[in-house]
Design a protein around this ligand. Structure first.
Ligand code: ADE
Length: 242
């Protein structure tokens, strides 16, 4: 998969050199290219923004600069992602869909955002998909942190990126629609707290049962919205009432 990120702060994307994403890049599973939007400016001051038409606070990013950048970076069939607090919610499902794409282009806005004609223009092209995505109901200073989140969430779903693919199955927001159960390691006793006995029993069916009940309890108390969205057919008759 290829991912291009365009930003006025390319240095913000430096963490993409590290950890699993960095390794996936080094091994050729993932081709990430970070670009400085100002490369596509043509004035001495390398201007990327201007005042909002109609008045109001802040600055808006210019469509001509973004248009030049995106015309160069987009390839036929690419999916253009624009992080913005006014976008659709980015979820594990979004990450799964994006992990099936060949080419993602992430356009990081700053200030009050990107001139709306940029998204309208590329939406009208039938060889490009455009999705405006929001990480959640809060406002960041720009799209860069969201781009880091999107790249990490998508990259770890690509075959070969996460060493043990089984760890993708049981995690929070996985197929079960539940938050993950609590996890423990050695030592068996720490700060007066013991690892739950069932986990040391070696009894796999009991361990599975306990984990599922903990996942259900945790989800019910922290994320009742996820419990409400569960498919009743996914519950079994031994599940704790939540
Ligand atoms: N840019 C600013 N705030 C954002 C958010 N909540 N999600 C995605 N991009 C953003």
């Amino acid at each position: 998969m290829r991912i291009d990120v365009v930003s006025i702060f390319p240095a913000y994307l430096a963490p993409l050199e590290l950890s699993l994403v960095g390794k996936a890049r080094a091994s050729g599973l993932l081709d990430v290219r970070v670009h400085d939007l100002r490369t596509w400016t043509s004035d001495r001051h390398r201007t990327v923004d201007d005042t909002p038409v109609g008045g109001g606070a802040g600055m808006v990013m210019r469509p001509d600069v973004w248009g030049s950048a995106l015309n160069d970076v987009l390839t036929p069939g690419a999916h253009l992602l624009v992080p913005t607090p006014s976008g659709e919610r980015f979820t594990q499902r979004t990450a799964e869909i994006l992990a099936g794409e060949q080419h993602l282009v992430i356009a990081c806005g700053r200030y009050e955002g990107i001139d709306a004609r940029v998204m309208e223009h590329y939406r009208s092209r039938d060889d490009v998909r455009v999705t405006e995505v929001s990480l959640g109901d809060y406002v960041l200073n720009g799209g860069e942190v969201a781009a880091l989140v999107v790249v990490e969430a998508v990259a770890r779903l690509l075959p070969g990126v996460v060493g043990n693919p089984h760890s993708l199955v049981e995690e929070s927001h996985g197929a079960a629609g539940l938050l993950e159960y609590p996890v423990y390691t050695r030592p068996p006793s720490w700060a007066g707290l013991d690892v739950p006995e069932v986990l040391t029993s070696g009894h796999h069916a009991r361990i599975e049962r306990w984990r599922r009940d903990e996942a259900l309890r945790r989800t019910a108390s922290r994320r009742p919205d996820l419990v409400a969205a569960l498919d009743p057919a996914s519950l079994d008759r031994h599940d704790v009432a939540v």
